[in-house]
Every structure is written in structure tokens, then in C-alpha cells.
Design a binder for this molecule. Structure first.
Ligand code: F0G
Length: 353
């Protein structure tokens, strides 16, 4: 059989694990790199979507979490803690179950999507809703991990970045080289840091001839890196990236500058429009934050800033099922029909054909 073995086994020689590391895995990674036909036509480029919602808990966080929980277990931890806008907590809770550990998660009160809350609950996490935003949650989680015997599994933990960098390896392995541009949403800025590390490592070892330009996009109401200062009250419908003071800010700037890339912002309106386009025209259902990458690419293309003929990969970071409210909102209620083929046909407009 040829089942994908999970990213630690697939990339063992490129990760900080030894034979003594207990591998805690849900066989994450190996996600689809889907050619995006409509986006390719719109940009005149060859555009792919790296569909990270296909990971076991529905987001890219599983890449970092298999590493973080495996290393925590190796070090004898019995409990883990994280701050989260939802996806990290869902992932930490699931991997803690696999490891036989207790998980505690701190989330901003009322600001995480229902699907993510459901995941943390059903996996048995201890959940605290903090009367503050993500940045406050992270400060609190850091303090607790320093004072009490709980291991911090946020992306400020460097092994998280190690796991997440494997997405860049997978892309180069599939395409045969790095793309010209890699586009992704930016929140706490761990993922852009991780991809950049992965691309650089492959290029340094001769497995790619080049590195891509890294293009990151924040939501305009939560765009501290673009605006050049922390945002005290971050706002956006893309709750996953509602972050005002990213922990990996400096690494994100390094990724941007070393790669010749950019970090810019997109409005909630642009995010929702890309979200609907992905679902209705590419057949890929992502959560709103994930659509920030595609929204950014489309905005740059419309501004004439994307030269045709390039190979471009957009990471779509999380599954649409996590936050279905935006799919339902504003959509017409499906019609109710009796159990009658003619009535059903009439409602579907089939009689007029
Ligand atoms: N997309 C999704 C779906 C996310 O959940 C996150 C971050 C990002 C993008 C941004 O990635 O933080 O590495 O720049 N979610 C974190 C969480 C903050 O708690 O789940 P980043």
C-alpha cells in the first residue's frame, strides 16, 4: 500500500526528530495542489491552490501540531496550552487526544467560528473564553506556560514552524521547482515564516533552483504589518486572522524582503468576493481567512501588477465547513416542495426547457 505516512515520516531527515521521538500523527500533510482554472484565466498565469483544509482537522495547523505535540511528548509534557482564533485550538485538542495529553485553549470570547469551537469541545479540550482578543490570549498562554507545567504549542514554539515548512517541500516536490510567487494570508505570521524557511532550505540543498516571491495579505481592519504599528482593536469577518500584534512580525518582514515579495491588505468585501469565487467557480470551499490570499492575488492582477505566464501558488489555509455562516448568509432559502416530481421540476425550472 502507498498511504501517505504523515509529514514527520515523509520528511523525517529535514525535521528535528530522532528515533527516540514518539511520533504523534493523524497522517497530516500530503494535501492537494489543485490547478485553478478560473484564477489562471483571470491572471494569465498558471495558478494552483494548496488546499490545506484537506488536513485531518481541516487546517494547516496540523502540520505544526504533529511536530509540537510529538516534541512535547518526547519531553515528558502531560498538558499543552495554546492561544487561538480557532484552528490552532482544534488541532491542539485533536493531537493531544492522540498523545494521551490534556489540552487547554484560550480563545477570544465570541470571536471564533462555531465549527472550531465544536472541534475543541468534542476533542475534550479545556476551553477558556478570554475577555480580550487573540493577542491578549497569547500573552496569557505564554505566562501560564512559564509559571505552570503546561507546554506552549503556539507558533512561537519553533518546532511548529518546522512542521509547517513541509508544505513548501510538497509544492516543490509536485511542481519540480519553486513557483514564481507564493501567496498566503497573514495573521500571527507563523505560516509565511514557515513557507519561506522551507523554500530556502530546498534551494540551499539544490532541490529547487530558486525561491518564490512571498506575497502575504492581511485583512484591512487587522493589518499591523502593513500599517506599521500594532492594532489594538483588530476587526475583520475573517476571525482566523483577527490579530493586532503578530508574534512573528519580524520573520514576516524578513520573508517579504529577502524574497523580493510584499505584504499588503485586502478588505472584508474583497475577502468575501474571493471566498464566493473559490466556492462557486473553482469548487473549493474555504473559510474566509483563507480567501485573503486569493483576494490579494486578484487585486494585484486587476492593478496590472501580475506579469502573465508566471507560476503562482495560493495557500488556502482552512476548510469552509469550519465557518459556514458566511456561505448561508445572504443566500436565498432553498424552496420547499411536496413529494411530487412535477412540482420539483417546476421549482428547478426544468419545465420551461
Ligand atoms: N488562515 C487560517 C485559516 C488561520 O487559522 C490562520 C491562523 C491564518 C490563516 C494565519 O496564519 O497566523 O500563521 O499567519 N490561525 C491561528 C489560530 C492564529 O489560532 O488558529 P498565521
Amino acid at each position: 500500500t502507498h498511504q501517505w505516512r504523515g509529514l514527520i515520516e515523509e520528511y523525517r531527515d529535514r525535521l528535528p526528530v530522532t528515533a527516540a521521538t514518539p511520533v504523534v500523527t493523524l497522517l497530516e500533510g500530503g494535501t492537494p495542489l489543485v490547478p485553478a482554472q478560473v484564477l489562471s484565466e483571470r491572471t494569465g498565469c498558471e495558478v494552483y491552490l494548496k488546499v490545506e483544509g484537506a488536513n485531518p482537522t481541516g487546517s494547516f495547523k496540523d502540520r505544526g501540531m504533529t511536530m509540537a505535540i510529538s516534541k512535547a511528548k518526547e519531553e515528558g509534557a502531560q498538558a499543552v496550552i495554546c492561544a487561538s482564533t480557532g484552528n490552532t485550538s482544534a488541532s491542539a485538542a485533536a493531537y493531544a487526544v492522540r498523545a494521551g495529553m490534556v489540552s487547554a485553549v484560550l480563545v477570544p470570547q465570541g470571536k471564533i467560528a462555531l465549527g472550531k469551537m465544536g472541534q475543541a469541545l468534542v476533542h475534550g479540550a479545556r476551553i477558556l473564553q478570554v475577555d480580550g482578543n487573540f493577542d491578549d490570549c497569547l500573552t496569557l498562554a505564554r505566562e501560564l506556560s512559564e509559571k505552570y507545567p503546561v507546554a506552549l504549542v503556539n507558533s512561537v514554539n519553533p518546532v511548529r514552524i518546522e512542521g509547517q515548512k513541509t508544505a513548501a517541500f510538497e509544492i516543490v516536490d509536485m511542481l519540480g521547482d519553486a513557483p514564481d510567487i507564493h501567496v498566503l494570508p497573514v495573521g500571527n505570521a507563523g505560516n509565511i515564516t514557515a513557507y519561506w524557511k522551507g523554500y530556502r532550505e530546498y534551494a540551499a540543498d539544490g532541490l529547487a533552483t530558486r525561491t518564490p516571491r512571498m506575497w502575504g495579505f492581511q485583512a484591512s481592519g487587522s493589518a499591523p504589518i502593513v500599517d506599521g504599528a500594532p492594532v489594538l482593536k483588530p476587526q475583520t469577518i475573517a476571525t482566523a486572522i483577527r490579530i493586532g500584534n503578530p508574534a512573528s512580525w519580524d520573520f514576516a518582514l524578513a520573508a517579504r524582503d529577502e524574497s523580493g515579495g510584499l505584504i499588503d491588505k485586502v478588505t472584508d468585501r474583497q475577502i468575501l468576493s474571493a471566498y464566493r469565487l473559490l466556492a462557486s467557480q473553482e469548487g473549493v470551499f474555504v473559510e474566509p481567512a483563507s480567501a485573503a490570499s486569493v483576494a490579494g492575488l486578484l487585486a494585484k492582477a486587476e492593478a496590472g501588477l501580475v506579469d502573465p505566464g508566471q507560476r503562482i501558488v495560493c495557500t488556502v489555509t482552512g476548510n469552509g465547513l469550519k465557518d459556514p455562516d458566511w456561505a448561508v448568509a445572504g443566500a436565498p432559502q432553498p424552496q420547499i416542495v411536496p413529494i411530487d416530481p412535477e412540482a420539483a421540476a417546476r421549482s428547478l425550472g426544468l419545465l420551461d426547457r
